[in-house]
Design a protein around this ligand. Structure first.
Ligand code: ADP
Ligand code: ADP
Ligand code: ZN
Length: 209
């Protein structure tokens, strides 16, 4: 299964990708996580990308596309993968189509008002990048990752101002992709529910798994 997860920031893509990845036994490729890692490592790409990410803008297509190309060529992607956060522009979607055959695209829908709640309470594991929420998806021990014991931190771009920019960018640049995949007959849509488990159930049903 070669899957794309679509949806606004905070829709629950990362949360559901983690569950799908385990169930389907394929890797998740999160462009956001790769970029944040490059920033942490202070690579040239990281330095270049930082100015965009910190303002809630998209990193230029050319940078992100070459990153994904390299990642998809790794052997662990041969039997499938879940793309979380890519493509985010029509150009990225077209380039992806020229690289591989996507099986299915799942879009998780969440209202703009809810996005702010989700992202302002999001905490991310510094080590394994698992996503938590201070109200909706609490770790067993406050501030500590259930999966690896890593420290939970607030992402630099999860501030009110940046979140507003990211929502606007999503509507302008990413939303047109929904129609792009619908016209290919590959699109499934689910409502992002208030509860993580309910959403997972809806996602698995939509994918017939
Ligand atoms: P979220 O979890 O809020 O959807 P991501 O972790 O997927 O956010 O992405 C964080 C940021 O990384 C984006 O706001 C953008 O700056 C950059 N980014 C991630 N994926 C892409 C992409 N496919 N194209 C351009 N920029 C990207
Ligand atoms: P995305 O990758 O789409 O940006 P995340 O998976 O990181 O989204 O989820 C954003 C925030 O919302 C996280 O804090 C996460 O724990 C929380 N969350 C995810 N799914 C749900 C849900 N169905 N109901 C409530 N909160 C959720
Ligand atoms: Zn962790």
């Amino acid at each position: 299964m070669k899957m794309v997860l679509l949806g606004p920031p905070g829709a629950g893509k990362g949360t559901q990708a983690e569950r799908l990845s385990k169930h389907l036994d394929v890797p998740t490729i999160s462009t956001g996580a790769i970029i944040r890692n490059e920033i942490k490592e202070k690579t040239q790409l990281g330095v270049e990308a930082h100015k965009y990410i910190s303002e809630g803008k998209l990193v230029p297509d050319s940078l992100v596309i070459s990153m994904v190309k390299e990642r998809l060529s790794k052997p662990d992607c041969s039997k499938g993968f879940i793309l979380d956060g890519f493509p985010r522009t029509i150009e990225q979607a077209q380039t992806l189509d020229s690289m591989t055959d996507i099986t299915k695209v799942l879009c998780i829908k969440v209202k703009d008002e809810e996005i702010l709640n989700r992202l302002s309470g999001r905490r991310e594991c510094k080590v394994c990048r698992a996503s938590y929420h201070i109200m909706y998806n609490k770790p067993a021990k406050e501030g500590i990752c259930d999966k690896c014991g890593g420290e939970l931190i607030c992402r630099e771009d999860d501030t009110v101002e940046t979140i507003k920019n990211r929502i606007a960018v999503y509507h302008e640049q990413t939303e047109p992709i929904i129609q792009y995949y619908a016209s290919q007959g590959k699109l499934a849509v689910v409502e992002g529910r208030d509860d993580v488990e309910d959403t997972t159930k809806a996602v698995f049903e939509a994918l017939d798994i």
